[in-house]
Design a protein around this ligand. Structure first.
Ligand code: NAG
Ligand code: NAG
Ligand code: NAG
Ligand code: NAG
Ligand code: NAG
Ligand code: NAG
Ligand code: NAG
Ligand code: NAG
Ligand code: NAG
Ligand code: NAG
Ligand code: NAG
Ligand code: NAG
Length: 745
């Protein structure tokens, strides 16, 4: 009853399916399985609705027809694509993966028939995807072609509620022009292509190193049209942006009486780039701007959703902690949405209640959420449910609808990591204990690596009891390496070892994917990893088992899944080994009889590890800096802008601001970044240690040298020279790893 109106609304969608076309799913088959277009039939069934007390869930049934086709029936487009995926993964043993691409067409040319039907049912009506910041960390330079792959990945896994956060600046430009702001006043408020998420959040404003051009704004807006159209064709409900209240400072020129407050300072950014102006939702102009935004967006994209993402205090401290103030802010925001779209539902990330928990007392959370007087009009994303769930302490967000989500990594850290227990057991417990839980989802900061544990939660949304992970991993491995003959047992053994260790972290002090220490600014203290969730021997064994697998099946070297995982496991192996090499260096430096020659040898050991790893990483575009930088450059044909985009792309993964405001937060173990950035940094450090053996260590002096190098790197080799060098270094994975096995057995 609590969620009656939302269910009713979802039910309307479901009841509408009788007239809905299945063309979007047929098109997906055409894209990914062109040889099997005639082997599948899709049929929408308008049944499967809830019975008043249970949410309306998605159901599918897959069977073989008498004329040899695979018939997929379901009560929604999402159910159909999920049913298709179930058949492809469980029966044909093929799948589609990030960075590896679609392997759906590597199965047998004659598809297997089914003796008995396969059925499935979601246990929650919504499956959500994307953290707001994924749009910058990972998707900033995605082309439409990559988006197509991503959207097929989402559809097949049953996601029906994706955030669609591309290109809203175009709408904002028009909204702001309408109230009289000049183009210059508007454009100078926007941040660069790799920093738009935080600009939209009101954390930062303005851009360094260049200005966001209209060309980018227009292209992204066109891209958003493609994305949202495809989402709808695939049966998804896009979550769209709306007017948040963050505005250019010049708002006071055109609306001199508008009530504005300054957002808080964010991290170490100078006031010029933060301290964003916030138009109070109680101001009469707020509702007008909201209406303008939502109607312009509907004109551009169609009336495709009623769910809007809106975050006002994500890492921003509210102007006042007064309960009435907070209640009024959300009440007026909610009213502005309802005035613009009577069926509007406000979605917000719940990260603030965790990250700024000192401000967000229970009273304040209750007041802020309470301003939205209809519980069904708001969906809160419990962003970090596997580690720091907030729904219990907030009494299920005081009745608001909410989503159980897996965050898993910060800034796209690549460390092998998972919590297979918490992401299978905890969401099921939550569903039993909270009647306003309406969906599960993925809210990773960067969409990188560890794909198996993201799959696991999306699959958990279709299983009433916690998934048994031993079988799950076995089946996942089977389809991961499909297409190149028999999968050697060593591969299954390697993954089984990692399942119970690397992917079964239960140590509460390690809450997310780890970062290699070689990605951090060097120092003599504060870098030791005192705590690991697994023994490094596990990864070394997994590496050898996986390498051996290709001794018994050489074709694996041509398998994209194998190529990716082999690089990834080598990366972790070297990352863990680097810890020891670093420890030896520091121990030697600290010892009373430290010698110049020993120290120098230990330093070379450190950099040689990184150089070897760099060559391994460079064999795979998914682990190469040049992929990120060339995508940035490819977004425009104007060389001045290419240089700006490349600078922006480099800046995000290193210094994060004009002067190193947030160093190494989004660091990456990428080929080319190791050799071009991390190695020189460690070299400066080792040289400094050698130099100061006889005098005292002065961190200010060292960090000054490091920063000079880091700042120089931001613009080093712009104009394409870096790409060429990097690609020229890529070598053959098998040869390099044979050398690694000999050297590090
Ligand atoms: C409604 O759903 C509940 C829970 O699944 C079930 O126990 C009950 O039998 C259903 N009622 C009807 C009329 O289908
Ligand atoms: C829909 O109802 C029909 C007839 O009752 C049934 O055969 C079919 O399995 C149902 N479909 C789904 C997807 O539940
Ligand atoms: C949108 O899709 C069309 C193909 O349907 C493509 O030609 C176009 O380049 C895409 N737009 C953008 C901005 O990527
Ligand atoms: C702003 O408020 C002042 C004082 O109430 C009033 O005189 C003025 O007309 C208002 N200006 C605008 C643009 O509404
Ligand atoms: C924030 O911006 C306002 C102008 O909008 C200015 O008055 C204030 O001094 C700024 N705060 C800081 C810390 O610079
Ligand atoms: C969207 O809905 C509004 C209100 O119902 C309507 O005025 C508008 O024409 C619709 N826009 C489109 C593009 O369908
Ligand atoms: C797993 O979930 C429980 C319950 O929320 C929590 O106490 C624990 O810290 C989580 N484990 C990790 C490693 O985050
Ligand atoms: C994960 O680790 C915990 C704690 O060490 C252990 O109790 C549990 O059985 C392990 N689970 C799996 C699936 O290995
Ligand atoms: C680096 O190490 C020095 C010496 O222990 C310490 O004083 C300094 O605070 C450290 N710097 C950072 C950024 O951790
Ligand atoms: C280099 O580091 C590795 C890993 O710690 C270690 O096994 C090896 O012995 C080191 N080599 C030297 C010369 O210290
Ligand atoms: C390239 O972009 C820069 C910066 O926006 C602009 O000043 C210049 O006119 C553009 N050049 C061309 C050829 O469009
Ligand atoms: C160690 O070698 C470096 C150059 O490699 C030199 O600058 C430094 O003075 C040497 N230190 C000692 C104690 O000899």
């Amino acid at each position: 009853m609590l969620l009656w109106s939302l269910w009713t609304w979802a039910a309307c969608l479901v009841l509408g399916v009788a007239t809905q076309s299945t063309q979007g799913i047929l098109d997906l088959v055409q894209r990914r399985l062109p040889n099997h277009v005639n082997d599948f039939q899709f049929q929408l069934l308008a049944n499967g609705t809830g019975n008043g007390t249970k949410p309306v869930n998605d159901n599918y049934i897959v069977s073989s027809t008498s004329d040899g086709k695979i018939l997929v029936q379901g009560n929604s487009l999402s159910a159909l694509s999920r049913g298709l995926h179930r058949y492809l993964t469980d029966v044909v043993h093929v799948d589609i993966f990030w960075y590896i691409g679609s392997q759906l067409d590597v199965g047998p040319s004659t598809l297997p028939t089914l003796n008995s039907p396969i059925t499935g049912s979601s246990i929650v009506p919504w499956r959500y995807h994307f953290n707001a910041v994924t749009f910058s960390y990972t998707a900033a330079f995605w082309t439409w072609e990559y988006w197509e792959l991503e959207l097929d990945w989402l559809a097949l896994r049953g996601v029906n509620l994706p955030l669609a956060w591309v290109g809203q600046e175009k709408i904002l430009v028009e909204v702001f022009q309408e109230i009289g702001l000049t183009n210059n006043e508007i454009i100078s408020y926007f941040s660069g292509p790799a920093f738009q998420s935080w600009n939209r959040f009101g954390n930062i404003q303005g851009s360094w190193g260049g200005e966001l051009p209209m060309e980018w704004i227009d292209n992204q807006s066109e891209l958003q049209k493609n994305i949202t159209k495809r989402m709808v064709e695939l049966g998804m409900t896009p979550v769209l942006p709306c007017f948040t209240g963050f505005v250019p400072r010049a708002i006071s020129r055109v609306l001199p009486n508008a009530t504005i407050v300054n957002g808080s300072d964010w991290n170490d950014f100078p006031a010029k780039y933060t301290n964003v102006t916030f138009l109070e939702p109680g101001d009469p102009s707020f509702a007008g701007l909201q209406k303008s935004f939502i109607s312009k967006q509907a004109d551009a994209l169609g009336n495709i959703t009623h769910i809007y993402t809106l975050d006002q205090y994500n890492e921003n401290t509210p102007y006042s902690g007064d309960l009435d103030y907070l209640r009024n802010v959300s009440y007026n925001t909610w009213q502005s949405l309802k005035a613009a779209d009577p069926e509007a539902i406000w979605m917000m990330q719940g990260w603030l209640f965790f990250s700024l928990s000192s401000f967000w007392t229970i009273d304040r959370i209750e007041a802020y959420l309470g301003g939205v007087e209809e519980n069904n009009d708001m969906i809160v994303i419990d962003l970090f449910s596997e580690t720091a769930p907030q729904w219990q302490k907030t009494n299920s967000y005081f009745g608001k609808s909410w989503l159980w989500c897996e965050l898993h990594n910060f800034g796209g850290s690549l460390g092998l990591y998972g919590q297979i227990m918490n992401i299978t057991i905890n969401p099921i417990e939550a569903l039993t204990n909270s009647s306003s839980l309406i969906g599960f989802g993925l809210t990773m900061e960067g969409q990188e690596g560890n794909e198996i544990v993201y799959d696991l939660l999306l699959d958990q949304a279709w299983s009433e009891s916690p998934i048994e992970t031993a079988t799950y991993f076995y089946n996942w491995v089977t389809r991961r390496y499909a297409g190149n003959g028999i999968i050697p047992n060593d591969l299954y053994t390697a993954w089984e070892m990692m399942r119970t260790t690397v992917y079964n972290n239960t140590n509460p002090s390690i809450v997310a994917a780890t970062k290699s220490i070689f990605e951090l600014t060097p120092n003599i203290t504060g870098m030791f990893r005192t705590n690991m969730s697994y023994s490094p021997d596990v990864v070394i064994s997994a590496f050898h088992l996986m390498f051996n697998a290709a001794q018994s099946n050489e074709d694996l070297w041509n398998n994209p899944g194998y190529q990716y995982d082999m690089v990834d496991v080598t990366r972790q192996f070297f990352s863990d080994t680097f810890d020891d090499a670093y420890r030896s260096l520091i121990t030697q430096y600290m010892s009373s009889n430290a010698s110049n020659t020993t120290l120098s040898t230990l330093g070379k050991n450190l950099t040689s590890l990184l150089t070897t790893l760099d060559s391994v990483l460079l064999t795979n575009p998914a682990f190469s800096l040049s992929t990120w930088l060339s995508a940035a450059r490819a977004a425009t044909s104007n060389v001045t802008l290419q240089n700006f985009y490349e600078y922006d792309a480099r800046n995000q993964i290193t210094l994060w601001g004009p002067d190193g405001e947030i160093s190494d937060y989004a660091s990456k173990s990428w080929g080319g970044l190791l050799s071009g950035y991390y190695v020189p940094r460690w070299q400066i450090f080792v040289n400094y240690l050698l130099e100061v053996l006889i005098k005292s260590y002065n961190y200010t002096e060292l960090s000054g040298r490091l920063l000079r190098f880091e700042l120089g790197w931001q613009t080093q080799g712009l104009n394409g020279t870096v790409q060429q060098t990097l690609q020229g270094e890529a070598e053959n994975l098998q040869n390099i790893l044979e050398g690694v096995v000999l050297k590090y057995r």
